[in-house]
Design a protein around this ligand. Structure first.
Ligand SMILES: [Fe+2]
Length: 294
């Protein structure tokens, strides 16, 4: 039977006694789900797993999200099989992408605070990230607890945001980094979707701030005012006390609940391979009604 110990004052658990290379007992799966509900981020050390093992582990928690639309890499350029999300700095031949490679520049958006797939109408539940080759310097992933961030808001701010709906798109997150050269097909793929600014966890009932760098507008607000307010909220939500810094070791596996956290990766030496492979558990519900196309 596995056990979990909290490793940050606010959230994040380390799971002990789990071997993810083989099938898990129903009791272990239930313990991990309960751990996710409580800690929002779980760290597993020393999990030397294959892609198939990672996908099998992922399926314990729902369907695998594999719809296109998360990046500008074309199918013939994929390094990994369907179901695996490549968050390495590598091309199909395993070589680090050139500095000016369009795919690399697009993927730099992962260095902004975000929640995975918040640009999808039905956003992701969990993300599961496996470290197959770690950076020699840098490349930490940071996590912030959006439940604690919500709890720390004053009453007036809570009242202001309660019913607000934002529009999220990769166009907004990349645009904020100066990456604006997108083809018409890419723009069509990145059409904004609506997300509530306050979410309620389906199991625990805890409220959280649903922020992401993909959020670019608040419905009914002037855009500059919306962006300013979202920046303020993000600054509040990512204050030092609410952030866990994960320093990757080879064969670490970290899973997080995108409904309750944000994350970002930090700079690293990109002349060396950093091979990180993600699987994503698809979300089960939309957070807001979507606009009907005119
Ligand atoms: Fe991410």
């Amino acid at each position: 039977m596995l056990s979990i110990r909290q490793i940050h004052p606010v959230f994040v658990g380390e799971v002990l006694g789990a071997d993810l290379t083989g099938p898990l007992s129903p009791a272990d799966v239930a313990a991990i789900e309960a751990g996710m509900d409580r800690y929002a981020v779980l760290v597993f050390r020393d999990q030397d797993i294959t892609d198939d093992q990672q996908m099998a582990f992922t399926l314990n928690f729902g369907a695998i999200e594999s719809a296109p639309g998360g990046n500008i890499t074309k199918p013939h350029e994929y390094r990994l099989k369907k179901g695996m999300i490549d968050v390495s700095n590598l091309d199909k031949d395993g070589k680090p992408l050139e500095r000016n490679d369009r795919r690399r520049m697009f993927n730099l958006g992962n260095r902004l605070w975000h929640s995975d797939s918040s640009f999808r109408a039905k956003p992701a539940k969990y993300s599961i990230l496996s470290a197959r080759t770690v950076a020699s310097q840098g490349g930490n992933t940071e996590f912030a607890d959006m439940r604690a961030a919500y709890d720390m808001l004053d009453d007036a701010t809570r009242a202001t945001i309660e019913e607000l709906v934002c529009e999220h798109s990769l166009i907004y997150s990349r645009g904020s980094m100066g990456f604006t050269e997108l083809t018409e097909d890419e723009k069509a793929m990145m059409k904004p979707v609506r997300q509530r600014l306050v979410r309620t966890h389906p199991v625990t009932g805890r409220k959280s701030l649903y922020l992401s760098s993909h959020a670019g507008t608040i419905i009914g607000w002037p855009i500059p005012e919306a962006r300013d307010f979202l920046r303020d909220l993000t600054e509040h939500a990512t204050q030092r006390e609410l952030v866990y810094i994960h320093r990757w070791r080879l064969h670490d596996l970290v899973m997080w609940d995108n409904r309750q956290t944000m994350h970002r990766v930090r700079r690293f030496d990109e002349s060396q391979p950093r091979d990180m492979r993600r699987t994503t558990v698809a979300g089960e519900a939309m957070t807001a009604e979507q606009a009907v196309a005119a």
